[in-house]
Design a protein around this ligand. Structure first.
Ligand SMILES: Cc1ncc(COP(=O)(O)O)c(C=O)c1O
Length: 463
């Protein structure tokens, strides 16, 4: 959708996330769709069956364990997008009623994402097509401020989205310092960071969770060390955000990116920047769009408007997940306490699944987990592995024959796979679960892996 004529969107970009979005009633309807007819009390936490009923994509015999690639979307998100397209699909920035309504959806979505991240009041959520696109935008904008000889620390364990854009700055004389992946721990060890930091370090770029390894990095600690050296921190939170609550005000990082299509939302990306850091950059949108337009000054062509409606629907889903207020209260987007309980609920649902997956893989002879082979809060349920004899593509193919959606390859963590001595063409097998994954689905995946490598099936795994 073109955003021409949108130059005054800054003027309507004022609705807070807590502000009612009135006739955007579809999340309310979706709430009732999510519930069973034999509904549990509204104050109770929904069980797995009720949760899965929210996701039309989970209906069917196949098993979706490629959630780190992209998650399914719940009905409130689907309905909010549909509702927007049916009733509000006009250009923002004009004075007529529908245009103002459309503008307030876009504004509310920005404010809501800032709240979701725990950065409300501290900075802006810039919405774009993807994390990759936004990281390129950030690197280009930041590059204008850097000087020859300035240094950037890049974590080798990262996804290429937060590596490639920074490497392009080498052409301008920026020096890259590699924070190497370590073959024992697999990730980029924290103690190794200190030796890379100097008075020339301007940026440290890292993943909060590698989309291949699954271990959670202590972003607050990395930020503390980088800030002590005078460097900014760019965190790729894509593989973390679907699993745990984000808390930017506690972590203190300067920049945070994640992809909403992995967090049960529409296919979009988010770049959060603190007000202070954004003020240092030249906004890249058209010259006549003032900095006061906020995020729009950084959103080339504007954000996907129907996607913004979908993001608001995500708020309704999180409310439901947190044990939800009665439907009428969903006219307001969830506060931080609700966001936290929704993600706590997700983590609680994931923990046994994670354990089942790791223990199951450990029990199959010849398999090595690439990443932490422990279960618990130190990792998310994105688990990669190789077999000492059977290529990853054959294991994945066996699973695919059985209707199980898993993935093999380098998952765009190409440099990490190469650093670990693996062949990027074959890479690893990755099984990624989220809170809606059922134990039976993990069983089916383990049985498929066992069959692919010719290992006897464990008795406690159902076929
Ligand atoms: C950890 C991580 N970072 C970045 C990306 C890139 O995200 P996008 O597809 O939104 O560009 C991905 C996508 O898989 C990812 O897993």
């Amino acid at each position: 959708m073109s955003s021409s004529g949108d130059a005054n969107r800054g003027a309507v970009h004022t609705a807070g996330a807590g502000q009612p979005f009135g006739a955007l009633e579809s999340p309310l309807r979706a709430r009732s769709v999510c519930e069973s007819t034999a509904a549990q009390p509204l104050s109770a936490l929904p069980d797995l069956a009720a949760i899965r009923r929210c996701f039309p994509g989970l209906v069917g015999d196949d098993v979706l364990l490629d959630n780190a690639g992209g998650a399914q979307v719940p009905l409130p998100v689907i309905d909010a997008i549909g509702g927007y397209l049916r009733r509000r699909y006009v250009q923002t920035g004009a004075g007529y009623a529908r245009s103002r309504e459309a503008g307030s959806v876009v504004s509310a979505a920005h404010a809501w994402i800032e709240r979701l991240l725990g950065g409300e009041g501290a900075g802006l959520a810039i919405l774009g097509a993807s994390t990759t696109q936004l990281c390129h935008l950030l690197a280009r904008s930041m590059g204008r401020r850097l000087s020859r000889g300035d240094e950037i620390v890049l974590a080798e364990c990262g996804h290429e989205a937060n590596i490639g854009p920074w490497l392009e700055l080498e052409r301008d004389g920026i020096v890259i310092r590699w924070w190497r992946a370590d073959g024992d721990s697999f990730g980029c060890p924290l103690p190794a960071l200190d030796a890379l930091l100097s008075s020339r370090t301007r940026l440290v770029c890292l993943p909060q969770v590698s989309n291949l390894l699954g271990g959670v990095v202590d972003v607050a600690e990395v930020t503390r060390r980088a800030h002590a050296a005078g460097a900014q921190v760019v965190v790729d939170g894509v593989a973390f955000a679907p699993h745990r609550p984000c808390d930017l005000s506690a972590w203190g990082c300067d920049w945070y990116l994640f992809s909403t299509y992995k967090v049960y939302g529409p296919h979009m990306g988010v770049l959060f920047g603190s007000h202070h850091r954004l003020a240092e950059l030249h906004p890249p949108n058209h010259f006549f769009i003032p900095r006061e337009a906020g995020a729009y000054a950084f959103e080339l062509g504007g954000a996907c408007h129907e996607g913004c409606a979908g993001l608001l629907g995500l708020g309704a889903y999180l409310t439901f997940l947190a044990g939800g207020a009665p439907a009428s209260a969903l006219e307001e987007l969830p506060d931080r306490a609700v966001v936290r309980s929704a993600f706590e609920r997700m983590a609680a649902l994931e923990m046994p699944i994670q354990r089942q997956l790791i223990e199951g893989l450990r029990s199959i002879e010849g398999i090595s987990i690439i990443g932490p082979d422990t279960f618990g809060p130190e990792r998310v349920s994105t688990v990669s592995f190789v077999h000492d004899r059977v290529p990853a593509r054959e294991i994945a193919a066996e699973a695919h024959r059985r209707g199980i959606g898993i993935r093999h390859g380098h998952a765009y963590a190409y440099r990490l796979v190469r650093a670990l001595g693996l062949d990027p063409a074959d890479g690893v097998v990755r099984i990624s679960a989220v809170h809606y994954t059922a134990s039976e689905e993990i069983d089916r995946a383990l049985v498929a892996v066992g069959a692919a490598v010719g290992a006897p099936l464990r008795r406690d795994v159902r076929a």
